[in-house]
Design a protein around this ligand. Sequence first.
Ligand code: NAP
Ligand code: FE
Length: 365
Amino acid sequence: MNSFTYFMPTKVFFGKDCIVKNKEVFSDFGLKALILTGKNSAKKNGSLAHITSALSDRKIEYVIFDEVEENPSVETVLKVAEIGKKEKIHFVIGIGGGSPMDCAKAVACLVKNPQRGREILTADEQVSYIPVIEVPTTAGTGSETTPYSIVTDHEKRTKYSISQKIFAQVCFLDASYMNTLSAKVTNNTAIDALSHLIEGYMAKKANFFSDKLAEIGMDIFKKCIPALKKREYSLEIREQLMLASTIAGIVIAQAGTSLPHAMGYYLTYEKNIPHGRANGLLTKAYLELFPEKTKVNCILEHLGLQSLEQLAEFLKEVLDTEETFTEEDIYYYTKQVSKNKVKLSSYPYDLTEQDISFIYKNSVL
Ligand code: NAP
Ligand code: FE
């Protein structure tokens, strides 16, 4: 067996009302918190109220920034970090989908190193960071158990994973916050979790632990397939989706993501296609490209599917595919992705531009 390491230091609380039931943990992190959310959802789904009530109960001060946009920009990260420094905060809490959770991690580095700026996001050396607490309200990105923070760079017209690796100290998984999620966001984000399980499983860095976790994640995901197709989600299904997503986060924390993520960033930037959906469009063609099918067949088996065609049918059904790309789009994306040597090296075989273009051309659109 190949040698490997396994590291995932985040303490996970799971279950309804787990924030309020475990409020004493907040006192471990300091006397003042910065809470990051998107514009609306955290106020509507009860997560923000639970956090502020727990903090008040522990006599912890807080400031709220409620304008983290989808696919947060470097500019937003820098702006929020300035607020954090001015307010002398001790820890950051990200509530929401991957966007506020990722923003919280990048901000944690900038606040801890006040003399430094934007370059920290791409610096070679790992810097220290103030504690981060994450509350996912989509399932999802798994950002609560990954060390990654993805930001949008408008100068480079794409998204990238910052060079700093930041694990949350604690995360709270309460699937009831997802009751306000639309069917569209539920399905798109569920497919992000599925793409993490699949890409982590197929990546060059996959190891014994990450593979076993990915298989458990896929077994859980399989139970959710009928609900995703019907677009009817009980709390039990929401909980299963949350578990699959958090496990998928642990998988990619070890093995990383691969081509659909690297390729999907262009679909998100140029066509405004939500992240999970962008990956999902490319997943079937990505698996088709693999010359060796043993693990591809394991994926199908764990998901209860007979063939890659059935996987494509499932993806089309749950994503309601509607976008189109032109030959010129594909040419541009292929050229850009081909420059991303780090991401391409996650594929266990040599890759050509034709291979990348094959995946775009054979997407489920
Ligand atoms: P998101 O961009 O965080 O949020 C998408 C939308 O869902 C927003 O409009 C948000 O509204 C809404 N929303 C969130 N929770 C809701 C709830 N419970 N009820 C109703 N609406 C809700 O979406 P995401 O797909 O979770 O995150 C995507 C980001 O994560 C991308 O930038 C992606 O690159 C990144 N990502 C990170 C990792 C990682 O390892 N760190 C992995 C994969 C993806 P509000 O704005 O009002 O909150
Ligand atoms: Fe993702």
